[in-house]
Design a binder for this molecule. Structure first.
Ligand code: NAI
Length: 348
């Protein structure tokens, strides 16, 4: 397993391999950039096929966080951590405390929070060992807590912007949306879309989660391997990454892809594939930045819930600018967003 020669190594400042035999913790913390401030980004708990897959995830996700935080105008750099699930898939408090010790050893250069497989309670356990953690229950009128409803709110604002731009429609009543993955973010997104009058098709490997959105929001359950190809207005990937690739893109019929998952494009070239098919793609790290905006405001302190929601709503106009720039320059939206992010980081 290589690091400096790794395909996804992008000048990352530090990559910390964390092992704690007493608890069984195996984790990787990747700090892509601290140029704009402490590297902020969540912690993922996942059963990886090998250490190499975990490293790839940490490298790609942390670079995405640098871009996400830069475009969201946060005074934070980009980092991400992954905890490799053991064979019994149990995440113990001892593992979370050991992880907290590793985060603390970075003396504030990395700030962690929830990602896939994590919860507010898990962050409370990490917080026993380090103050450099966000996504904790709000205190004293300050904003904070579980970032996923905030992520979903940002994705909802982004879908509105994409629909306005591509379909010239101002409201979402009757809009057809297919949501892949109805976990923390996907569920909250379904709620907002249903309240706006959209009709939903959903798929998730967890049948109970599908039942919940079917019962609560009248969503239609569709097959796991068909959800991306539904004849709808918007595809919203809200599960894991790399779902937009050379196999899936030719089969997508929807005019818009706008969802909450990180690293939706398998490769940068897949952004161009979407563009060439005339599909409007909302770059993932732009549309899904609501959660990190909430975590950053919580970590800095002094923001009300309303101020945070208003800041997240800026995702809509921000995406609109990217869509217009892409149209004017004849470039895919992901390339426009990447360039903007790199310029912001380089300017420091
Ligand atoms: P989650 O673990 O609560 O939900 C993910 C859901 O996807 C689960 O219900 C899971 O069963 C389902 N899933 C997994 N593989 C699937 C497949 N092949 N087909 C269909 N469903 C599948 O995670 P969460 O927090 O909702 O995150 C979802 C995505 O959003 C991830 O990519 C995450 O990195 C990203 N994200 C989450 C943020 C947050 O605030 N939680 C912030 C920004 C991005």
């Amino acid at each position: 397993m290589t690091v400096f020669d790794h395909h996804d190594y992008d000048g990352h400042e530090r990559v910390l391999f964390c092992s704690d035999p007493a608890s069984g913790l195996h984790a990787i913390i990747a700090l892509h950039s601290t140029r704009l401030g402490p590297a902020a980004g969540g912690c993922r708990f996942w059963r990886y096929e090998s250490d190499a897959f975990a490293l790839t995830d940490a490298l790609r996700l942390s670079r995405g966080m640098s871009y996400k935080n830069a475009i969201a105008e946060l005074a934070f750099g980009g980092g991400k951590s992954v905890i490799m699930a053991p064979p019994d898939r149990q995440l113990t408090d001892a593992m979370l405390e050991a992880f907290g010790d590793f985060v603390n050893s970075l003396r504030g250069d990395y700030v962690t929070a929830e990602d896939v497989g994590m919860s507010v309670r898990a962050m409370q356990v990490v917080a026993r060992r380090t103050p450099h953690v966000s996504g904790l229950p709000p205190e004293g009128g300050n904003a904070g807590g579980d970032p996923s409803p905030k992520t979903a709110w940002g994705v909802f604002c982004g879908i509105e912007a994409a629909v306005r731009h591509r379909l010239d429609r101002a409201d979402l009543g009757g809009l057809k949306v297919a949501v892949q993955g109805v976990g923390n973010v996907g569920y909250q997104l379904c709620r907002l879309l249903a309240e706006a009058g959209a009709s939903l098709s959903v798929a998730d490997i967890d049948e109970q989660r599908v039942d919940r959105v079917r019962d609560e929001f009248g969503a239609r359950a569709v097959a796991l391997d068909e959800v991306l190809y539904e004849p709808v207005d918007v595809i919203a990937p809200c599960a894991l990454g790399a779902v937009l690739n050379e196999v899936s893109i030719p089969r997508i019929g929807a005019p818009i892809v706008a969802g909450g998952a990180n690293n939706q494009l398998a490769t940068d070239a897949d952004g161009r594939r979407l563009f060439e098919r005339g599909i409007l793609y909302a770059p993932d790290y732009v549309i899904n930045s609501g959660g990190i905006v909430s975590c950053a405001c919580e970590y800095e302190g002094g923001y009300t819930e309303r101020e945070v929601m208003e800041r997240i709503a800026e995702i809509g106009p921000r995406l609109e600018r990217i869509f217009l720039l892409a149209e004017q320059s004849g470039e895919p939206t992901n390339e426009v967003a990447d360039r903007m992010a790199r310029q912001i980081i380089a300017a420091g």
